[in-house]
Design a protein. Structure first.
Length: 153
């Protein structure tokens, strides 16, 4: 919930999701979590754009390793802004020592699971590459501004 938000509205949304059989995943700090989410996506989307698509990305071990380092770099910017990225489970795989092991597991999850098939068929990238390009370049611009700010302060 953002500062100034009404608790009753949040509870109504949680209840609505519950009635649909979905459990709300509430975050302690939604803005910080969005930064983490977008930092991870920027690395993934940038690499997928470079590769020519998600399938092309996950079938290239070299590009998958590149992707892990791109995500790590994005998360380092957040660390420099004071975000404890380690408290978000989504970041843990990107800091594993065995990058090759993680990338092989990630590629397998995309190529050989229902979730992965859905991502390739109906995910953001598959549905609108132009939107993903706008997203990527928007995040890239924000990172550049953050780096300039950190360098000067």
């Amino acid at each position: 919930m953002l500062e100034g938000g009404l608790r009753e509205k949040l509870e109504a949304v949680v209840e609505l999701f519950g009635e649909a059989g979905l459990e709300a995943d509430l975050k302690e700090n939604i803005i910080e979590w969005l930064w983490v989410h977008h930092a991870i996506n920027a690395g993934l989307i940038g690499a997928a754009l470079y590769a020519g698509g998600i399938r092309e990305l996950v079938t290239s071990p070299a590009l998958m390793i590149f992707t892990v380092y791109a995500v790590r770099d994005s998360l380092e910017v957040l660390k420099a802004r004071g975000v404890d990225v380690t408290k978000y489970p989504d970041t843990k795989p990107y800091f594993q020592e065995r990058v090759d092991e993680f990338t092989a597991n990630y590629a397998n999850s995309i190529l050989n699971t229902r979730y992965g098939q859905r991502v390739m068929k109906a995910g953001h990238f598959g549905g609108s590459p132009a939107e993903m390009k706008r997203f990527y370049f928007g995040v890239l611009g924000s990172v550049a501004v953050a780096c300039l700010y950190l360098r000067n302060h």
